[in-house]
Design a protein around this ligand. Structure first.
Ligand code: BES
Ligand code: ZN
Ligand code: ZN
Length: 483
């Protein structure tokens, strides 16, 4: 498995080809027969919705995608990404591993979506299979006047970062311990030229991260806290953007063990936020994006053990706030709160956390998007919304009214770690927001982070959701899209 995308100018005869086209008569310049073009014209007249044609020429595929016009460009681009997953399946079945993408529409957004969707569809996690499923990599050549080789390279690095995030999520908890996360952070930093510091348990005790230490109490693996920094000379922001990822390497629920059928099965994915933060720093630094970004990753597993925290315990957090534990399964907010409060030392312009935080968020909107909320201004939310639509990593904004604060009041401590039965995703976000006065966005990715059934270019298992969203968000701050 692998991808290799490059830009080229010559249409290779023997490769499979995918044409983005609005005017079918242009196809006659290529390898299509008159019959095939007639067929496309006839079918398109019969079925207006149809936007994909695949012809098997035995040595290669000839594919036509007709981008939908008259709908927002972002929606049409997402349809292309999803179609590309179908095409990838056919290519794989036929063992065709060379494909050229040919842009006959002249749209940068569409050809990029095609290259992105096709390469993301190739992802496979076969590290633990004794026989690798598809050792061949797919060679993708892009032929378009609308964009440059640099843009292809940039896209490739972002796709590689998504694969990296997916790999981390798919790794079992026994492999991806908190220490291992720290090691991978350091290796990735060296590879891409950002800086990293990894705190061990002693250092975490020294800085008094009571939330992270509390969750770690039932574990035999020590926690880590990683600080990643990409600070280019020409950064456009004077105050850094801090991104924080939940790094629960496995969530058993702790003493409040996850006993509901199926609820524990996929909990190796509970470090998806951490994976996204690490991969995002890799992408931003690999592409030398002029944005000052700091990543924070609190990491531990959440387990039962002789010394595990129990309901009724009171933790003193990094900022001195005391928290009454109502439920040990509401652990993500405890480790994130310490990271959010630690971020104060960087005087952030914006804090964004990504976390598989609540089943409530997943129940509310399913896997089709993430839940967002926070205190940052409208412009930040609008920019995130636009980046979400452009990447297909959409955000559903939830209310963040002060009314929800009530639910976190405790009789015995400054607050408790669980609200009531209602609005669980929001009260979790409210809990986090207490730990900073900086503009804050919380993205709950519990729904889309990990898929148990295959879904188009997002695949199955870890999706790496949030990498493309936040990369796009930062990129759009550097060069805002035309209004
Ligand atoms: N890691 C879970 C949330 C989660 C659920 C992630 C489903 C991915 C898929 C989180 O730590 C958790 O256990 N949340 C509990 C909170 C409960 C104790 C109030 C939940 O949402 O059920
Ligand atoms: Zn939990
Ligand atoms: Zn969790």
């Amino acid at each position: 498995m692998g991808i290799n995308i490059r830009s080229t100018i010559e249409v290779p005869l023997e490769a499979s080809k995918i044409f983005l086209v609005a005017d079918f008569s242009l196809l006659s310049d290529f390898q299509f027969s008159g019959n095939e073009i007639d067929y496309i014209n006839r079918k398109k007249a019969e079925e207006k919705e149809r936007d994909l044609f695949i012809f098997n020429r035995y040595d290669f595929l000839l594919v036509v995608i007709i981008p939908e016009l008259g709908i927002p460009i972002t929606e049409a681009a997402e349809k292309i990404r999803r179609n590309s997953a179908l095409i990838q399946k056919s290519l794989k079945e036929e063992k065709f591993n060379r494909v050229a993408l040919i842009d006959l529409v002249g749209s940068k957004d569409f050809i990029l979506a095609l290259a992105e969707g096709l390469s993301l569809s190739c992802y496979l996690f076969d590290k633990y299979k004794s026989k690798q499923e598809n050792p061949e990599s797919l060679e993708i050549e892009v032929i378009s006047r609308s964009f440059t080789g640099c843009e292809v390279t940039r896209l490739r690095k972002v796709v590689e970062a998504v694969f990296f995030a997916r790999d981390l999520v798919n790794e079992p908890g026994a492999f991806l311990t908190a220490n291992r996360i720290g090691e991978i952070v350091s290796d990735t930093a060296k590879k891409h030229g950002f800086t990293a510091e990894v705190y061990n348990k002693e250092k975490i005790e020294e800085v008094k991260m009571g939330g992270l230490l509390g969750v770690n109490r039932g574990s035999v693996e020590p926690p880590t806290f990683s600080i990643l920094q990409w600070k280019p000379d020409q950064a456009i922001n004077s105050k850094p953007y801090v991104v924080i990822g939940k790094g629960v390497t496995f969530d058993t629920g702790g003493i409040n063990l996850k006993t509901a059928p199926g609820s524990i099965d996929t909990m190796k994915c509970d470090m998806s936020g951490a994976a996204t933060v690490l991969a995002l720093l890799a992408a931003v630094s690999a592409n030398q994006l002029p944005v000052h970004v700091i990543g924070l990753i609190p990491a531990t597993d959440n387990r039962l053990g002789g010394n595990a925290m129990v309901p009724g315990d009171i933790l003193t957090m990094h900022d001195g706030t005391t928290v009454e534990i109502i439920n040990t399964d509401a652990e993500g907010r405890l480790i994130l709160a310490d990271a959010i409060s630690y971020a104060r030392g960087f005087d952030p312009g914006l804090i964004i956390d990504l976390a598989t935080l609540t089943g409530s968020a997943a129940m509310a909107i399913g896997t089709h998007g993430m839940v967002g909320m926070g205190t940052a201004n409208k412009e930040v939310m609008e920019n995130l919304t636009v980046a979400g639509e452009a990447t297909g990593e959409r955000i559903a904004w939830f209310p963040f009214w002060s009314d929800y604060d009530e639910a976190l009041k405790s009789e015995v401590a400054d607050m408790k770690n669980l609200g009531g039965r209602e609005a669980g995703a929001i009260t979790a976000g409210k809990f986090l927001s207490r730990f900073t006065s900086a503009p804050f966005i919380h993205l709950d990715i519990a729904g889309p982070a990990y898929l148990t059934t295959r879904a188009n270019y997002r695949g199955i298992g870890g999706t790496g959701v949030g990498v493309r969203l936040l990369y796009k968000f930062f990129e759009s701050l550097v060069s805002p899209p035309p209004k």
